[in-house]
Design a protein around this ligand. Structure first.
Ligand code: COA
Length: 175
């Protein structure tokens, strides 16, 4: 499958696979304790580690899709990521997003998430998209609810008890 290195364009955002030049911002994002708090992942420790993570990121080659960088159309600046990830353990496709705190509360996660769901259902023709979120992550849960995902139960994820949300293609309204 041809990898979808470019994702949707929204009123304020461009989505594209990150490149090594994006490593400093990717590091700033993934080393920030506020950002990492509910992700269950250890923070990155250096820009070099971020650069390697970008270079070695396998998802686009393996599945044709992945998490894209979200770039402000107005300035070209990278402000976070959003996209889809195939969860091999569950056999499901997961919506995920993460933004730099100075950009929180302006609707970017909702805007990026809605466009990503549309891409998943309309371009990739996925039957279902899920999201795993820690119960205390109220902002992310709010985003999932705004996007039309529904709570379906608990799911063990990387050693943590997460809430599982999901939406079927038949329940998705085009944006
Ligand atoms: C979760 C995250 C992506 C949201 O990004 P964002 O761009 O601020 O999201 P939006 O502005 O689109 O929407 C946020 C919603 O959550 C609400 N919200 C924010 N903090 C909240 C809180 N503590 N309790 C309840 N709702 C909250 C906002 O009011 C808004 O809802 P509204 O539009 O009804 O007012 C961002 O906080 C983030 O990057 N967090 C760290 C990474 C992370 O946890 N990712 C998700 C892992 S599952």
């Amino acid at each position: 499958m041809k990898p979808h290195l470019t994702g949707p364009t929204t009123p304020r955002l461009l989505h594209r696979a990150m490149t090594p030049d994006d490593a400093p911002t990717f590091f700033a994002l993934n080393s920030n304790p506020e950002v990492m708090r509910y992700t269950g992942e250890p923070p990155l420790e250096s820009v070099e580690q971020a650069r390697r993570a970008i270079i070695e990121y396998p998802d686009f080659t393996t599945h044709g899709y992945g998490r894209w960088g979200c770039f402000l159309r107005e300035t070209g600046r990278l402000i976070g990521f959003c996209g889809l990830k195939h969860l091999d353990d569950l056999g499901e496709v997961d919506l995920g997003y993460r933004f730099l705190p100075e950009h929180w509360g302006r609707g970017y996660a909702t805007e990026a998430g809605a466009a990503t769901l549309a891409f998943g259902f309309e371009t990739l023709e996925l039957p279902r998209i899920i999201a795993l979120v820690l119960p205390d992550n109220a902002a992310s849960i709010r985003v999932l609810e705004k996007l039309g995902l529904r709570f379906v139960g608990k799911e063990r994820c990387e050693g943590l008890d997460a809430f599982r949300y999901e939406i079927d293609r038949s329940d998705h309204s085009p944006v």
